[in-house]
Ligand binder design. Sequence first.
Ligand SMILES: [Zn+2]
Length: 492
Amino acid sequence: MGQRSQNMIQIMKDNLMEYVTVIGLEVHSQLKTNAKMFCGCKNSFGESPNTMICPVCLGLPGALPSLNKKVIEYAVMAGSALNCTIAKESKMDRKNYFYPDIPKAFQISQFDQPLCEGGHLMIETPNGQKRLGITRIHIEEDAGKLIHMEGSDQSVVDYNRSGIPLIEIVSEPDMRSADEAYAYLTNLKAILEYIEVSDCNMQEGSLRCDANISIMPKGSSTFGTKTEIKNMNSFKGIHKAITYEVARQKKVLESGKTVSQETRLWDANQEKTFLMRSKEDAHDYRYFPEPDLPVIDFITSSYVEKIKNDLPELPKDRRKRFVEKHGLPEYDANVLTSQKVLADYFEQCLEKYPEPKLVSNWVMGSLLKELNDNHLTADQSKVSPEALVELIKYVQNQTISHQNAKVVFETMFKEGKDAEQVIEEKGLKQISDTGELETVIQEILSQNAKSVESFKSGNQKAIGFLLGQVMYKTKGKANPKVVREILLKHLS
Ligand SMILES: [Zn+2]
């Protein structure tokens, strides 16, 4: 190879610089306490606008907050489940900014003394388990909700959300791909659901996520300039937004420009990120300690110990139990425990029908397919665990074929009917009666003399064809095991 071609290759290599992606995530999760964070107003979603409000959560002059103890308890539970150190002493701070959704012109949050620090969670990657650090978890109040009226230049505000308790979970910049960010979020959501501190409903906004993304040349130890992406409301959306943003940053660097530090919005319809504000407009929040609330100093080690000991079973423990107690393969245990409601559903089935692998196949197969296709969770399924078990029993006692049972399940899922009703309506009861089958088989044998000959001269496969003909003739209702037996009797 000539010197010139080698130079060309070197230039091409330089242009095809490899980059490492660095991602950190900030997750806001609403805590499902009965009351709001600093007042007695009800913490609930979907009420008529501005009906769950009082002088405290409206921030009227002179109204004094008092901290809901349950908020501390739930945050300490989350911190413990995420392997954090719980602070001995913590305090609330005012984060000052002006916006119509925050009538006090400040949010009560935590600045330099968060409740929990230094945690982690584990994810599965193609290269094995990976530990992702959690910098801190702090508590703060949610703001009201601005609603921009469609087709109008006006906006209205609903303060029902104002003062609902949140935890903000800030990760270390430990994720290196959109897949890892996705795995972090699914694991985090599962943990919060298992300990029942948040319902993590992304549609209702009780789980929200911002991502900090940068790229740096492979081998570099200095992070690149990061952009922050907001407005992502599904894990799939987050995955897409990160993938888009990484590609955008690469393009910027490859064109010889620099990435600027800015906040960008994800547009799920166009599947693009857009500039929201640059670093120049970044807020200076002028944090200072909240003068109306005392320092939180009752966090004794016995209080924390008690919460740790009383934590409900976590996903990893349930996974282990599913393998050890129910004898399930790791794969099944992972899928079933990925959502608490799915794992609950599975175990409710087992109470009625203790055949773990058989039940697992149905839950991971037909049920999960319908749930995913319809964007539902197991607790929203029209097929109850009892109804699924009834269906499985009909397959086991050969009332219906496995193939037809899948069809029956689809109808059960759509219409909420029980198995017996659907089998009756569709006339799918399996024919196992030898007398009834004998007539059909005789007919098939006389119509397919060639196949009969072929089998008799040693072609074993010919029986498959004949069996298929019987199944076709009976619209799939013949019991294949019985048909095979009768066929063999005639053919030998
Ligand atoms: Zn209130």
